[in-house]
Design a binder for this molecule. Structure first.
Ligand SMILES: C[C@@](CO)(OP(=O)(O)O)[C@H](O)COP(=O)(O)OP(=O)(O)OC[C@H]1O[C@@H](n2ccc(N)nc2=O)[C@H](O)[C@@H]1O
Length: 192
């Protein structure tokens, strides 16, 4: 039975079962042959895909975008939009294989409707998959620009040193911190 542990890779056993199912063109709720591992809107290269398989997730499983959405929702503090799962339940088939940029769009629209602008976004990725993090940064910058938001963005990565699930390659953890700033802030009074 697929669990809703949404950012775990398929275990070797699960992958074997699903691949064998795949032979009969069957697809499970969380895994389909065309589901690629994507982090920060960047799809991993085939060689990396083979090592890890896709995330087990209702949506496209982009754990970096999900973490950024949760950071934005946390900074906004709207109790009705507490977190990503409140806005986009993984029990909702509408989120099946959904592009996680949809979730970023929803969070960006909440910021646009607020008294705040997005000043800073800092991301730390922990896990084994290697990506061009500069490309992820560019992706995020372009995305937010399309939403009329211009945060300073910095993305880092660490292996997790085999110490825990992410470090052992069972999945990827992403920590995101953002700074919202009042749109009406008159910065001149801070300039000496
Ligand atoms: C992003 C989505 C899109 O469908 O799922 P995936 O595509 O990763 O599967 C969902 O928004 C899902 O995000 P995520 O929050 O990571 O999923 P889960 O860990 O399963 O938690 C789902 C929701 O259950 C609630 N929750 C979870 C754990 C907990 N101890 N208490 C809770 O109340 C939270 O509201 C959380 O948002």
């Amino acid at each position: 039975m697929a669990t809703t542990d949404s950012h775990r890779f398929l275990t070797a056993e699960e992958k074997k079962i699903v691949e064998s199912k795949d032979v009969h063109e069957e697809e499970t709720e969380f895994y389909s042959k065309d589901k690629k591992l994507v982090i920060g809107g960047v799809t991993l290269e085939e060689s990396e895909q083979k090592k890890y398989g896709p995330f087990k997730a209702r949506s496209d499983g982009d754990v970096l975008y999900h973490s950024v959405v949760n950071a934005l929702l946390s900074a906004l503090g709207d109790k009705k939009a507490r977190d990503i799962g409140t806005l986009f339940p993984n029990t909702d088939k509408a989120n099946s294989n959904r592009n996680s940029s949809d979730f970023l769009k929803a969070a960006s629209e909440l910021i646009q409707a607020s008294n705040y602008e997005l000043a800073d976004l800092k991301v730390m990725v922990k896990g084994k998959p290697r990506l061009d993090w500069q490309l992820v940064e560019k992706n995020l910058l372009n995305y937010f620009k399309s939403q009329k938001l211009t945060p300073d963005i910095h993305v880092q990565a660490t292996s997790g040193e085999e110490m825990d699930g992410a470090g052992k390659g069972l999945g990827v953890e992403v920590f995101a911190v953002c700074l919202l700033q009042l749109k009406t802030l008159d910065q001149s009074k801070f300039l000496a």
